[in-house]
Design a protein around this ligand. Sequence first.
Ligand SMILES: Cc1cc2nc3c(=O)[nH]c(=O)nc-3n(C[C@H](O)[C@H](O)[C@H](O)COP(=O)(O)OP(=O)(O)OC[C@H]3O[C@@H](n4cnc5c(N)ncnc54)[C@H](O)[C@@H]3O)c2cc1C
Length: 414
Amino acid sequence: MAAAVELAARNVPVSVFEAGPIPGGRARRVEVNGVALDNGLHILIGAYRDTLRLIELVNPHRAAVLQRLPLDWNIHGEFHLAAQRLPAPLHVLIGLLGASGITWREKLAIAQFMRALKRNRFRLAPDIRVEQLLMQYGQSEKLCRVLWRPLCVAALNTPPTIASAQVFLNVLRDSLYAERGASDILLPRVDLSALFPEPAAAWITRRGGQVRTECRVTAIEPAENSFVIETGGTRETFTHVICALPPHQVNAFLIGITALSETAESIERFEYQPIHSVWLQYPGSIKLPSPMLGFTGGIVHWIFDREALCGQRGLIGAVISASGAHLQLPQDQLAAAVHQDLKRSLGNLPEPAWARVIAEKRATFSCTPGLKRPSQVTPLRNFYVAGDYTESDYPATIETAVRSGMTCARRICA
Ligand SMILES: Cc1cc2nc3c(=O)[nH]c(=O)nc-3n(C[C@H](O)[C@H](O)[C@H](O)COP(=O)(O)OP(=O)(O)OC[C@H]3O[C@@H](n4cnc5c(N)ncnc54)[C@H](O)[C@@H]3O)c2cc1C
């Protein structure tokens, strides 16, 4: 959708084929019991420059669709760091001085770690695992548990035992060490399809483009100076293709096209990490102390209060990122375990009226050290690949996907 908006903005007549009934892909609305949920709760940060610009372009009410909060890292009952309204990097450093739940020695260890990273310009050669990096810089078990591990898993959706330290540092560089607003947290106040892809589709249509939902592409055939796209029984010819499928599905189209064999091979080597989202509908009187709250020690990583964000009273969304013991549980047991976790931490919660687990088994690629990711520009002329898995110094995020789409669109226009 980012590629299509960028092309439509330059008056290129663009057609988007979307297999699903609702645009949004891995960040989309899912309706359950007549309630608009998301397939997974998503957080944006101020550093998502291009995503925020596109949301603003297609959605005239940006302030109404995103709640912007200064960084507030609140691990329930264990650790709390709130960024201050000061110029960077003082906003985080002064926040660190006032943080609760860690010792002065641990605060100093964080400050020294951050200073060393800055001195080395956030570069590592060669890339190592996040766990190794944290050990090298003497980060205590508690700091890893309440800060670095949750930050690594939230940003890379990959456990620190296997995650790329270089990509982790890129995220720290552009969020905590950039201007103050870059570390802000932006939480959607509407469902994810209403946040960007639906207004984007309307915007593209107004500029003469087309967005066809429930329109699955079944084949892409390179022809002379063009491509034939097959959807069901229909065949149409286009001058350029941006193939914006998720990495685990894209090779069905690339394998078999000789010029794309290297691209396909690099994608074949990817491994994936899941994300589980558990929605629990409690009575309307149930509220969280803040819109977003972190946990360690149990199954749940983060919970979100949908009333504070979208006005959905009593609805709590819980996130469990990456692999872990929870994968062994059937969905009803997982929902019950999440409820028990919340009860233990928050006090006497009543049984939820209903609960729903949404499992995204291949939510993102595993962001491991030195992973080679394919370029958006392929050796096949006028054929591009876009998505969160393509060449970038960021992990699989909305911003990565958006930048990737924009790169393709700009290359086409150039
Ligand atoms: C549960 C969950 C939580 C996440 N949390 C965050 C977060 O907090 N912050 C963040 O930045 N990122 C988060 N991410 C990652 C983010 O959602 C993805 O990086 C991003 O959505 C990827 O976008 P994409 O366009 O690359 O791929 P996708 O969103 O996967 O889009 C691919 C599209 O291709 C369509 N498609 C597939 N096959 C065909 C076909 N044959 N014909 C036509 N269409 C087809 C699909 O329906 C889909 O719409 C999360 C992901 C998940 C799953």
